[in-house]
Design a protein around this ligand. Structure first.
Ligand SMILES: [Zn+2]
Length: 271
């Protein structure tokens, strides 16, 4: 369905996705061309539905811009590319992790042009090293992939996930005039600046909790997760451990914490 002038959201079935919201696939069109932002799962049925949708709205698909290489974002790219002739686009820092052929690598600040629409690449590493957001200045619209989600917080699993870099990438977005964020999962975000500031604040508060836990003598990721998320659903433990580990690595790198033992039983202390 068309969610803003020239911007369509194509429904993607939930498939094997384990989170709460299935991935969003967006189609940006002008009078003569189209660009897809992320491509959803790779299953035959939902891909044919996406190709049919694209062909109805704008058959001349030029680009498939992938925010990053996680399977719920790139799964359909090759088949949709083959079915439409579109070029697959990815940031250069993400190419090494790509399991699909890529036609063109982009860098921060690059732009791809449809006739009347400029799609600007903003490199936003953190969730993954070559994660990009795509910005349309004229419409004050940002497609945020997994950098910013419609609901909840972005998964951060080291070594690909990096908390310090992630927070810097959130701060970077405050330099852009954004009215609406279309995230990789969940509903659109209308108060973009406030949302970005809240996300930064949330991470810094979590970091304070990690520091407080370390001061109380909690030393492992598991002890900190139990302390910080006491009522956590067991299915979310893996995700929470990633977040806490990412905070610990940030603190260690900044000289605020030390990592005492490597290997299976890694202990941390506050400096
Ligand atoms: Zn992801």
């Amino acid at each position: 369905m068309e969610i803003a002038p020239g911007i369509h959201s194509i429904p993607v079935e939930k498939g094997s996705f384990m989170g709460f919201f299935a991935p969003n696939v967006y189609l940006v069109v002008d009078k003569s061309h189209g660009a897809l932002i992320d491509s959803g799962y790779s299953d035959e049925e939902s891909i044919s539905a996406r190709i049919d949708y694209i062909k109805t709205v704008q058959p001349d698909l030029r680009y498939i811009m992938l925010t990053h290489t996680h399977p719920d974002h790139i799964g359909g790219a090759v088949k949709i590319g083959g079915g439409t002739g579109a070029e697959i686009i990815l940031h250069s820092a993400e190419i090494g992790q790509a399991t699909i052929p890529v036609h063109k690598a982009v860098e921060d600040g690059d732009s791809l042009l449809l006739n009347g629409i400029k799609l600007e690449v903003i490199h936003t590493p953190g969730h993954s090293p070559g994660h990009i957001c795509i910005y349309i200045k004229e419409q004050r619209v940002l497609f945020s992939g997994d950098h910013i989600l419609g609901t909840g917080t972005t998964a951060m699993r080291p070594p690909d996930g990096d908390m310090a870099i992630y927070i810097n990438s959130l701060r970077k977005l405050l330099n852009y005039d954004i009215a609406t964020i279309y995230p990789g999962h969940g509903p659109p975000i209308r108060e973009a600046k406030r949302k970005i500031e809240e996300l930064i604040q949330h991470r810094l508060e979590r970091e304070e909790q990690v520091i407080a836990g370390l001061r109380q003598g909690k030393a492992t990721v598991k002890e900190l997760v139990d302390e910080i998320y006491p009522e956590l659903d067991s299915r979310l433990h893996f995700a929470a451990e990633g977040q806490i580990l990412a905070h610990l690595i940030k603190l260690e790198r900044e000289g605020k914490a030390s990592c005492l033992r490597k290997g299976e039983d890694t202990h941390y202390t506050i400096n």
